[in-house]
Design a binder for this molecule. Sequence first.
Ligand code: SF4
Length: 195
Amino acid sequence: MNFNDLSIYLTEECDFACTYCYYKKNFKTTLSYDKIKSSIENYFSNIANKNKKIVVTILGGEPLLKKELLFKTIDLLNLKKDKEKLNIKIIVFTNGSLLTKEYAEELIRKRVKIILSFDGIKKANDSYRKIRNENKSAFEKVFENIKNFSEEFKKNISINMVVGPKNCQYLMDNIYFFQDLDFFQIDINLMSYAV
Ligand code: SF4
């Protein structure tokens, strides 16, 4: 059978409450490891072409809130990749609030590509991205984590930037900001609805 790439919504929980979030309510569901394992086994057992590149994307909510489950899932995928010689690329989305040097290092060591959802300079990022139940800047929380990352880390991190009516005027400032930080992989997503 021909399948598209696999997305695992590890948890609905998130420590952010971005105004453009598709989870409008405070959902709490987290997948169990058994459920993830059986879904992965089922998925790969139905793939006809074992040489085909499969991108497995892990996202949420915020996956790093469930660090042990996340790392266990990645380990399972890496085991399959090595044992069955599958062409699997693993991607993890994060809002960056928990992306400490230690966690980033571990993800990169586990051959994961990190997608950091971050909308740029403070004015641009904090237009939509908010910390849940806290009146603090989401920008500052993330920037504190990433500002001293090594070049090696940055090669494994892509920025996912959302642009909408409230922050579009900062688009070029954001691009220069990321360039100055040595992040050169930037995906720009135009918001398709007003919030
Ligand atoms: S970080 Fe992502 S999942 Fe969390 S509130 Fe923001 S958009 Fe939603």
